[in-house]
Design a protein around this ligand. Structure first.
Ligand code: ADP
Length: 187
């Protein structure tokens, strides 16, 4: 079972992804995590991505597509994967469809966790005061940019899936357990 999970920064995407992974024995493919690994290992890719990520802007589509193409061919994906944080631009979505076609891989559901913008800001502010291992891009100025980028670049991707009748939107302002139950209903 392969899924795509959408949600703005702070929507609880990561939490839901982890719960789905445990329940269905899936792997999570988070382009954000993959990029942070590259940054931590100080690879060439990581070095060029770091400043972009610290601003909350998007890394180039070509870099992301190359990473994804490699990742979805790995054998641990055979039982199913959750795409988290990808595709984030229309170009990535269109190229993903070509990749999936080539590899004869099918996406079962596209799920959008919908959360009101004020609540997102509240959650992230809380996350950045509570967490000592705070991410460079988890502060309210950068967060606002990440939300802006999400609206500008990623909302069109959500529309793309809506037009293909593949989108399931879920109210993300309920409890973690309730959101999870709604996702299970869709699956
Ligand atoms: P968020 O918590 O905002 O969803 P992620 O952890 O998914 O953030 O991504 C962190 C950063 O990594 C993004 O702000 C962006 O710079 C970069 N990034 C992650 N995924 C992509 C992608 N698919 N395309 C372009 N840039 C990406």
């Amino acid at each position: 079972m392969n899924l795509i999970l959408f949600g703005p920064p702070g929507a609880g995407k990561g939490t839901q992804a982890k719960m789905l992974i445990d329940k269905f024995d899936l792997v999570q493919i988070s382009t954000g995590d993959m990029l942070r690994d590259e940054v931590n290992s100080q690879s060439e890719l990581g070095k060029s991505a770091k400043s972009i990520m610290d601003r909350g802007d998007l890394v180039s589509d070509d870099i992301i597509m190359a990473m994804i193409e490699k990742r979805i061919q790995m054998t641990d994906c055979n039982n199913g994967f959750i795409l988290d944080g990808f595709p984030r631009t229309l170009k990535q979505a269109v190229e993903l469809d070509q990749l999936l076609d080539n590899f004869k891989i099918n996406i079962k559901n596209v799920i959008e966790i919908v959360v009101d913008e004020n609540l997102l800001l509240e959650r992230i502010n809380k996350r950045s005061t509570e967490n000592k291992n705070i991410r460079n891009d988890d502060n309210s100025v950068i967060l606002k940019n990440r939300i802006k980028v999400y609206k500008k670049d990623t909302m069109p991707v959500i529309e793309y899936y809506r037009n293909l009748n593949k989108l399931n939107a879920i109210d993300g302002m309920q409890s973690i357990e309730k959101v999870f139950q709604e996702i299970l209903k869709i699956l």
